[in-house]
Ligand binder design. Structure first.
Ligand code: SF4
Length: 63
């Protein structure tokens, strides 16, 4: 699955970096999401949780 993050929509809440730290980090300056990997592999559940928990609906996955 391809991971897509909308930095414009991101509210810098940090849930994604806590939930799936192998895939998401936060920008040191503005706190917005930084994608560490563009494809979800073995830990799909973590990525799915991050998508579900994002308060700004800024994350999604595509087949
Ligand atoms: S959980 Fe959503 S709003 Fe929070 S940093 Fe990640 S992408 Fe941005």
């Amino acid at each position: 699955m391809k991971i897509v993050a909308d930095r414009e929509a991101c509210a810098s809440a940090g849930m994604c970096a806590l939930t799936a730290p192998g895939y998401f980090d936060q920008d040191d300056e503005d706190g917005r999401v930084v994608l560490l990997a563009e494809e979800a592999e073995g830990r799909d559940d973590d990525v799915a949780d991050a998508v579900r928990l994002c308060p700004a609906s800024a994350l999604r996955v595509e087949p």
